[in-house]
Design a protein around this ligand. Sequence first.
Ligand SMILES: Nc1ncnc2c1ncn2[C@@H]1O[C@H](COP(=O)(O)OP(=O)(O)O)[C@@H](O)[C@H]1O
Ligand SMILES: Cc1cn([C@H]2C[C@H](O)[C@@H](COP(=O)(O)O)O2)c(=O)[nH]c1=O
Length: 286
Amino acid sequence: MRSISTMRSLLPFPSSLYFPPSHLSKTSPPPFPTLIPTSPFPKFFLKSAIPYLPKSSSSTLRSFWSSCIDGPDPSMDARDSSGEIHVILGPMFAGKTTTLLRRIRSEIDNGRSVAVIKSNKDTRYGLDSVVTHDGTKMPCLALPELSMFRDKFGIESYNKLDVIGIDEAQFFEDLYDFCCRAADHDGKTVIVAGLDGDYLRRRFGSVLDIVPLADSVTKLTARCELCGQRAFFTLRKTQETQTELIAGADVYMPVCRQHYVNGQIVMETTRTVLDVERSTVIQTLK
Ligand SMILES: Nc1ncnc2c1ncn2[C@@H]1O[C@H](COP(=O)(O)OP(=O)(O)O)[C@@H](O)[C@H]1O
Ligand SMILES: Cc1cn([C@H]2C[C@H](O)[C@@H](COP(=O)(O)O)O2)c(=O)[nH]c1=O
């Protein structure tokens, strides 16, 4: 095994540009090591540099690069191994929480240690459990933000964790940073369930932002309450207009595209009629 300084001397660029994975570094690595140097080298750099080196250096460099790019040695402990991010999306009633709990259960059955987090904004079924619309439950920690998780759960317990489940992910503003750190740096498998869109079909919170970080993305569908076709959207049946409105089937229903469009027209018309009536009443009372 060559020393780090010998390897550095083989690098065709200043070693200060490169932060090796922690198992190759004698000093503390920065919190988020950059694995592949970017500028000032052209995109073909990786492919083109290796063949021009002397043969012995070439194989050393090749194994050096492959350890950097493929990730650390699998015999390393969980903190240093690479993590995973799996995202479960869809409208309300699509089975996101059911799928999350099923995956968490199977991780437990495989002997992995797990924790489940949900947003403390969702008070529908109490704060100590994640509960599906048909009543399946699992204990959880309810938090206002994910950055509090390590401290609340305990650093030692956090270090031993293999899998973190997150439900109602649309309510966590720091979702991106948390997932990045947990998977890239801490080696956790993170399974995230949340609404991709709100009742107006606009992006909801940071859920879509983590798609580029994800190993897998599953978009689920529900059944349209009006026609039984596949439902991709959530229709709000009431006149409230704020984005966040915690509720269940009393306020929301899953709908197909056609019924979403029709439903929005009905809601818009109702809103206009109510507005006209309200201003008429106000005028009459004046
Ligand atoms: N329109 C509906 N109203 C109430 N419950 C429903 C409706 N459609 C489906 N469900 C139930 O909800 C379950 C899914 O619940 P859940 O996993 O909590 O969904 P999600 O997390 O995507 O909102 C379904 O298996 C079904 O039993
Ligand atoms: C569409 C939409 C939903 N919400 C709220 C309503 C519920 O409390 C949750 C979603 O729960 P589920 O597990 O996916 O059924 O989000 C909201 O605040 N705003 C919306 O536009």
